[in-house]
Unconditional design. Structure first.
Lengths: 1024, 470
């Protein structure tokens, strides 16, 4: 029997909580079943269509693009795309329906079909409705309308078929068979029931009326279909599928035109901007090397037709510059001379060792990639500018298809299967936070579950199937797609959860596949801090720095970095980075590029760190696997550290074409998602073996490729980051007061909280002055001091819970006239009781009334006054003598209200006590030899469990002199879980390990000394 | 007057532990919403494991798994308070539950009966210990002071005002029963003890703190009385009618029964409650009382109905001996929600209302003989209906024609001469409870013209009849 069939009504798992098979599963199954074509018709969405297209290309089974839409108060339709016009009409229809409703929902109205042009769109009317609907649709779609008959072995299929056929002939609409497919195979029935229950927020056992009665909604064999449907209904599917020949590669994407003024084309305008920029960057004349580089790049850009892309990014950056918003580009094309003169990056590529060709090449068919970081608290201005400049119909944010991880999947499934909340929590607790696997049996037994229990089995099996499924669309943090034509003719647009935000239905990978270009408008806290620092310096010293004008290759700065004196700077401030600095001892900018990239999970997993260090310290010969690879690996001493090097290696040693190398790069980035690295492994190995490379070298390279996949750091990104690292280090070295001040004013950001930044500042002998309503602004500020560095005056932003508006009124009132007393303050700054109490608690009133007890008494006595009597002095009250707060109380209150103290460090108060317990301080530690047993106590300010270090926990302790790094091995961590997790003040007995200036305490025993602290609020950064 | 304060610091925990076999095993009480369970109370053994009140359950489980949990139930606490108040009522006519988890007893008037205070106190402690409640006891001339002293003392007895002022003066501010934010403010001003507070000018305090602060201080010092609400024993309906002669027939019991049920109805109306369960006791000369338990499906208080029901139950009883007295005891008196009644009752006289009929049937045929049927949303036919005593409606899936009554077990059907009228209708459902059904159903007609509903499992096997169409 030879039945031909194309499935025209099929949902993928992008119909969230309805479809339970991925496009790939569907296509593979349809191919095996011998279908002629497969339509993917997700409900009012094209979010999954790019993946479907890829699956279609991989399987060779044609894809029909479509969507299932329920018209409100009307019929339900499957709309199929015949050609480009139809595709655009469908995108617009989905956009209209989605934009009308809140995020994640849609509302399609009859008018959507009455107004828009419907050419190129075919419709299948799903039955169950009145003849009037049919006549109305017939009027709209004419010969492009079918009546879909879907038989699923219901109570009486024969009767249903007869009725549908009668209706079809009565109305003169041709009938066609379709399957309402929700899953690729019957085996997904349980998952489908489960998702239905989740969608309705019910346990499966109570969701009876929502569940399908059977599992027939899968891709059935053609024989089965032939039993159910008359042959002509099946044959009709082919007539429809043969009409639908639109594919996504027919989309044409154009750049916005308004970037170019009349009289110019994109090429001449870009050249003009580059010339203007060159004069700005090099007022004394352009160096010859730079000029040649620029010419070369412009030529390449023109060849590849990427002018508009550079113009688009330039326009955004120009706006930011005009508003004084600091920004810095990164990404494959960002480190070009063109980007430097356009102001997109501050990194002069002539100064660094980087080559533009490495990032953008003629042969590689790779779109340029520029991400621009903006100050984190001002990025919204930039986003709104983009929307306003191009209009909401031409600019939108990219979506992120967030997918189920183990915890979320387990929670949803367990809830649907009716497990009680306590057990769901306990089960979810068995999964790692970002895990993509169900917990193993031993972990479950540990948590008191029986993995063989049938209920739990069901939960686990379903969870396993659900992990990795898309869950919902959310908004990308800053990826913009901008186009010349309305975006909704390329892709449907929907509402994001934030007001005034719209997102397209495709994510980053989808855009790449379809060839749409995106600009990332990202947020970076360090940029805010650097800009604030520049402002502070200008205000205090009258000099205006920019990132580009900071003195390059400054020796004292590199000396500071080599001492790992890097609290608060960009990227190299983390525990692991600090441990590496004294060993690597960066001396040049490129060393910083390496430093930023090397302490990442990729290189660590690929075991590249130690070889590099040994070679750098001349403990090991620098050698290359072959002479031809020397140019590739020379700059990293023969050790592959960057993604770009792997690509070059593929080209040089395995004879990849640049285009293939780019495919390798994509595969590297996505191998977890698609697992498609194996063909590359085979190819690389074969070709490299043929050229005489050692098998173990090849194997190692391949491990590194996998490491890059998850956490790779391309050289281009590392270079942009290293520039910010250098800038922040220079500022910390030469303007430490302004730098600390700016960091605190930009908080929350970075690795350290204001307390730790201030402790560091005090260790550098900076003067820090307390919060005081007579002097403090909202922000921390600089005040003249007798030292070379100004003093830092803490701002009212340090007072926990204090509002900025109150601070501004204080500033304004103080400028008119200094405050005479507390009554005057509360009255003129219009402070509410809450604000007054916060000031009293924080000790900010000490200049007006004295210590905290007095301040609180005074503040409580302020009575509201009518404006009429505002000028009258406050009623006199008998003076009351209140006891003085103790040092401990002040310390406690400082931490409770400011999160820091300018008084003695808590450990100083406990030092005698600790000495009696034979605990050493961090200062004493620096004089103790390697391998000696030692006991230390300190405040726990951080606990880290790096993914790369199997089960080791790094604890950072702080005392009055500095920090101590403690290593807790896994078995100890398990044995002494309680003190490890609960202690705020921790005593560690262990032995010291010291190598090239790096000191670790290897813990042998942990003791919780928290009771000594009673009441101190120390917040640690736990397991981040 | 003298007031004893009995503070029950571990009431919730003790209430549960007194029913536990092993009170030394770690136990925690949980409160809070399901997503964020918090440890409300822990026993000594649990404390040793590092568990403490306020911890989240997740945090506790991160530390250890070796502890049992129970729910912290405010209703249970209320019940124990009532229980202890009833116990205290035996020692004083003025017992108050004014403060939570605390009994106030006026003992001055009881000292004559129960001895001088130390002896009285010992007796109270012994009994409380036997009952399984940890406690602290203080004595003071006014109830507020007694309560406050119990925060810091156990066993302190103050009978004299001057001594009282001394004892109160050194109490920490936080223990004075002031609103928490007030005591926090005071402490944050450096004021630690009551005597410091009393040294301040009243007007300065009045300016800074709500009026209730000065009021509380005055109450503590005995300058101002504390209005108390006193405990009253609980309400039960317990009425007994002694008969003038020995009754040997049901008929003669009906008159007193009608009185009793009418009184019950009046009593219920008076307190706006109803009754769902009560017992009628028939007292005999030598034999133990005969008990006639009466249970209703819903709360009722209509006299005729109560009478009718009780009569129905009574008539089932074989009187073992003549009856001397009748007693009606109703302890369970829940709130009453009246059934809707139309303004114009159009019911014909002969018709019995459905509720009354239902109760009469239950009374005559037995409780288990009358059940309701309801439909369930489940694709498996055998799960789609169930017996239940409560009517519950949920939206149902659309299904085809099905028999109204299914066979309890499907039976094999001889296949010769069968005519298939419709089908197969495929049903695949129920994997979640381990009884996954995968069947093809057919509507069939036998040679005799009877229509049935039969299925064959998807895995194969005989055709099984599941029900007949009527």
């Amino acid at each position: 029997m030879n039945v031909e069939y194309a499935e025209l009504h099929c949902l993928s798992n992008f119909s969230f909580q309805r479809g339970v098979s991925s496009a790939r599963e569907l296509f593979e199954r349809a191919k095996r079943q011998g279908y002629d074509a497969l339509a993917i018709t997700d409900e009012c969405s094209l979010a999954g269509i790019v993946r479907a297209w890829q699956a279609s290309k991989d399987t060779g089974l044609p894809l029909i693009i479509g969507s299932e839409v329920q018209i409100e108060g009307g019929p339900k339709l499957v709309l199929l795309v015949e050609n480009l016009t139809g595709y655009q009409a469908l995108c617009q229809l989905i956009t209209r329906a989605r934009r009308r409703a809140e995020k994640g929902r849609y509302q399609a109205l009859r008018e959507d079909l009455s107004e828009g042009p419907l050419e190129g769109m075919l419709a299948i009317w799903l039955p169950g409705h009145a003849d009037t609907d049919g006549r109305w649709l017939l009027e709209r779609f004419r010969e492009r309308l079918w009546l879909g008959i879907e038989l699923h072995r219901g109570p009486d299929d024969a009767l249903q078929l007869r009725q549908c056929l009668a209706q079809a002939s009565r109305l003169g609409i041709p009938a066609v068979a379709c399957g309402d497919v929700h899953m690729h195979a019957r085996g997904r029935r349980a998952l489908q029931d489960c998702m239905t229950a989740i969608r309705h927020h019910l346990p499966v056992a109570e969701a009876g009326c929502h569940l399908f009665p059977n599992g027939e909604r899968h891709l059935r064999s053609r024989e089965e279909l032939a039993q159910l449907y008359p042959a002509d209904l099946l044959a009709e599917t082919l007539r429809i599928s043969q009409r639908c020949h639109f594919q996504l590669d027919q989309l044409k994407y154009h750049y916005p035109h308004e970037l170019v003024p009349p009289g110019h084309d994109t090429t001449s305008w870009l050249r003009k901007l580059v010339e203007d920029g060159s004069r700005w960057r090099w007022p004394d004349g352009i160096p010859e090397k730079a000029r040649a580089q620029l010419e070369h790049e412009l030529e390449l850009i023109a060849d590849l037709h990427y002018e508009s892309y550079f113009l688009t990014v330039h326009d955004i950056v120009r706006f930011a510059r005009e508003r004084g918003i600091l920004c810095q580009g990164r990404g494959s094309a960002a480190n070009s001379s063109v980007c430097f003169v356009l102001g997109i990056t501050e990194l002069d590529p002539v100064r660094s060792k980087l080559l533009f060709e490495r990032f953008l090449s003629r042969e590689r068919n790779e779109p340029p990639d520029i991400d621009v970081d903006f100050e984190h608290d001002r990025r919204e201005e930039v986003i709104q500018y983009v929307f306003q400049r191009y209009g909401r119909n031409r600019a939108a944010l990219t979506a992120v298809a967030s997918s189920y991880r183990a915890t979320g999947a387990l929670r949803d499934v367990a809830k649907a299967l009716g497990l009680p909340p306590d057990q769901i929590n306990a089960l979810a607790g068995c999964c790692g936070r970002w895990s993509e696997h169900i917990p193993d049996d031993s972990r479950l037994r540990e948590a008191g579950f029986d993995p063989d229990n049938p209920v739990l089995r069901r939960v686990l099996v379903l969870t396993d199937a659900l992990i990795g499924f898309p869950r919902h669309l959310s908004q990308h943090p800053g990826g913009f797609v901008i186009s010349e034509q309305p975006l909704d003719t390329l892709v449907p647009i929907e509402n994001a959860s934030m007001a005034d935000r719209t997102v397209i239905q495709w994510d980053k990978d989808d855009l790449d596949a379809v060839g749409l270009l995106k600009v990332d408008v990202l947020a970076l806290g360090m940029l805010s801090a650097i800009r604030r620092c520049f402002d502070l310096i200008e205000h205090y010293r009258g000099t205006r720095w920019t990132i580009a004008t900071l003195p390059a290759e400054d020796k004292p700065t590199y000396e500071m970095i080599s001492r790992a004196d890097t609290v608060g700077v960009f990227q190299i401030e983390s525990r692991a980075q600090m441990a590496m600095l004294p060993r690597l001892r960066p001396k040049t900018f490129y060393d910083l590029v390496i430093q930023v990239a090397i302490v990442r999970p990729g290189p660590i997993q690929g075991d590249m760190v130690h070889p590099y260090l040994r070679r750098r310290n001349k403990e090991e010969e620098v050698d290359y696997p072959s002479e031809e690879l020397k140019p590739v690996f020379e700059r990293t001493l023969g050790v592959p550290l960057f993604q770009e090097q792997v690509m070059e290696l593929a080209i040089v040693a395995a004879e990849y074409t640049p285009d293939e190398a780019d495919k390798l790069r994509r595969a590297m980035a996505a191998w977890k998602r698609h697992g498609s690295l194996e063909p590359h492994r085979v190819r690389l190995t074969e070709r490299m073996l043929a050229k005489g490379y050692q098998p173990d070298f090849i194997a190692r390279i391949f491990e590194q490729i996998k490491g890059f996949g998850s956490y790779g750091f391309p050289e281009s990104h590392a270079a942009s980051f290293a520039l910010l690292t250098y800038a922040s280090c220079w500022l910390k070295r030469h303007e430490p007061a302004a730098f600390a001040c700016a960091l605190i004013n930009s908080w929350p950001m970075g690795f350290y909280n204001p307390d730790q930044i201030l402790q560091d500042a005090r260790r550098h002998r900076l003067e820090i002055r307390p919060v005081d309503v007579r002097h403090s602004d909202w922000d921390c500020s600089l005040e003249p001091s007798r030292q070379a560095q100004p003093a830092i005056r803490l701002g009212l932003r340090m007072v926990r819970g204090f509002r900025e508006a109150d601070a501004q009124r204080i500033e304004a009132a103080r400028q008119r006239q200094p405050f005479t007393d507390i009554h005057d303050l509360c009255l003129r700054a219009e402070l509410e009781p809450r604000a007054r109490e916060q000031l009293a608690d924080a000790g900010a009133l000490r200049g007006l009334v004295g210590h905290r007890h007095r301040a609180r008494w005074a503040v409580a006595g302020i009575e509201p006054q009518l404006p009429l009597f505002a000028s009258l002095p406050a009623p006199e009250e008998t003076f009351i003598n209140l006891p003085l707060p103790s040092v401990g109380e002040d310390l406690f209150n400082d931490y409770a209200t400011l999160g820091t103290t300018l008084g003695p460090h808590p450990l100083l108060l406990l030092r005698d006590e600790l000495k009696a317990r034979r605990c050493r301080s961090s200062r004493e530690l620096s004089t103790i030899e390697h391998g000696r047993p030692v006991s230390v106590a300190g405040l726990v300010i951080g606990r880290q469990r790096p993914q790369t270090a199997s089960g080791v926990i790094f604890v950072t302790l702080e005392d009055e002199f500095g920090m101590v790094n403690v290593v807790v091995w896994r078995d100890l961590a398990e044995r002494q879980r309680r003190p490890l997790i609960q202690s705020q003040l921790l005593r560690v007995d262990g032995h010291l390990e010291s190598a090239s200036g790096v000191r670790h305490l290897i813990a042998g025993r942990l003791t919780d000394l928290t009771p000594l602290l009673t009441g101190l609020d120390v917040r640690s950064r736990d397991f981040q | 007057m003298l007031w004893a304060c009995i503070l029950l610091p571990q009431l919730a925990m003790d209430g549960i532990l007194r029913h536990c076999d092993d009170a030394a095993a770690p136990l925690v009480l949980l409160a809070g919403p399901p997503q964020r369970r918090v440890l409300q109370a822990v026993n000594a053994a649990a404390r040793k494991l590092g568990l403490k009140p306020g911890q989240s359950l997740v945090a506790a489980q991160a530390l250890t798994h070796d502890f049992a949990t129970a729910d912290y139930d405010p209703l249970m606490i209320e019940r124990w308070q009532q229980f202890l108040a009833a116990w205290g009522y035996g020692y004083s006519a003025q017992v108050s539950l004014h403060y939570p988890r605390c009994l106030l007893l006026e003992v001055h008037s009881s000292l004559g009966l129960f001895g001088p205070w130390p002896r009285f106190e010992t007796r109270l402690r012994e009994e409380l210990t036997d009952l399984g409640f940890r406690h602290r006891i203080t004595l003071a001339p006014n109830p507020a002071a007694a309560r406050v002293l119990a925060n810091a003392h156990d066993g302190l007895a103050v009978t004299d005002t001057a001594v009282l002022h001394q004892a109160l003066g050194v109490l920490p501010i936080e223990r004075l029963g002031l609103p928490r934010e007030v005591s926090t403010s005071l402490v944050r001003m450096g004021l630690r003890h009551l005597h410091q507070l009393l040294a301040l000018p009243r007007d300065s305090l009045a300016r800074r703190f709500p009026a209730q602060v000065l009021a509380q201080l005055d109450t503590l010092l005995g300058h101002r009385p504390l209005p108390l609400e006193f405990y009253r024993p609980p309400d039960v309906f317990d009425t007994r009618i002694e008969l003038n002669f020995e009754v040997e027939s049901h008929q003669a019991l009906l008159f007193p029964l009608r009185r009793l049920t009418a009184d019950l109805a009046a009593f219920l109306a008076g307190r706006d409650s109803g009754v769902q369960r009560f017992s009628l006791y028939l007292e005999h000369r030598t034999l133990p009382d005969s008990e006639v338990p009466v249970g209703l499906l819903s709360t009722e208080r209509e006299p005729a109905m109560l009478f009718e029901l009780t009569r129905g139950r009574l008539e089932h009883l074989q009187l073992p001996a003549p009856v001397l007295a009748v007693r009606l005891l109703a302890r369970d008196l829940p709130a009453f929600t009246p059934a809707h009644q139309a303004l114009f009752d159009e019911r014909p006289q002969q018709n019995v209302p459905w509720e009354q009929l239902r109760e009469r049937l239950r009374a005559r045929l037995g409780d288990d003989a009358v059940v309701s049927l309801s439909a369930r949303a489940d694709h498996r036919p055998e799960c789609a209906w169930r017996e239940s005593s409560l009517a519950h409606t949920e939206p149902l899936p659309q299904v085809g024609l099905r028999p109204g009554w299914l066979l309890s077990t499907p039976q094999p059907l001889r296949e010769e001469g069968l005519l298939t009228l419709a089908g197969p209708e495929r049903i695949e459902s129920g994997w979640w409870d381990g009884a996954d059904a995968r069947r093809d159903y057919y509507r069939v007609q036998t040679a005799t013209g009877q229509q049935g509903w039969a299925f064959r499992a998807l895995t194969g096997g005989p055709l099984l009849l599941h029900g007949w169409f009527a």
